[in-house]
Design a protein around this ligand. Structure first.
Ligand code: FES
Length: 113
């Protein structure tokens, strides 16, 4: 069983990597040197790791109340919105997850370094 994660940037570029059950999208992205802002270090205390799950949301854990609260502060909120640090691959997940990284997220990283 494996899960393919397609990280899609707003400029049309894409990186495809493998994920394992229990890993969250932020740690998978950072492990593979994919830029994704994470101001609070992945403890659900900001909303900078906001991404959109375009496909395969059912392969991820559901959002808890504290994640929903943080997302309320996120820019450009939509039904596909998740915090990458809180969305973990479910046990037994097998398939494809498409993750859209908003343009402003990458910009925030570049401005901060
Ligand atoms: S990095 Fe802060 S909520 Fe995900």
């Amino acid at each position: 069983m494996s899960t393919q994660i397609h990280f899609e940037h707003s400029d049309g570029t894409e990186r495809v990597v493998q994920g394992r059950p229990g890993q969250n999208l932020l740690e998978i992205a950072l492990y593979h040197d994919i830029e994704l802002d994470h101001a609070c270090g992945g403890v659900c205390a900001c909303s900078t790791c906001h991404v959109k799950i375009m496909e395969g949301a059912d392969l991820l854990t559901e959002a808890r109340d504290d994640e929903e609260d943080q997302l309320d502060d996120a820019r450009d909120l939509s039904l596909e919105s998740r915090l990458a640090c809180q969305a973990k691959i479910l046990p037994g997940a097998n398939g494809k997850i498409r993750v859209a990284i908003p343009a402003w997220n990458v910009n925030a990283v570049r401005e901060g370094h």
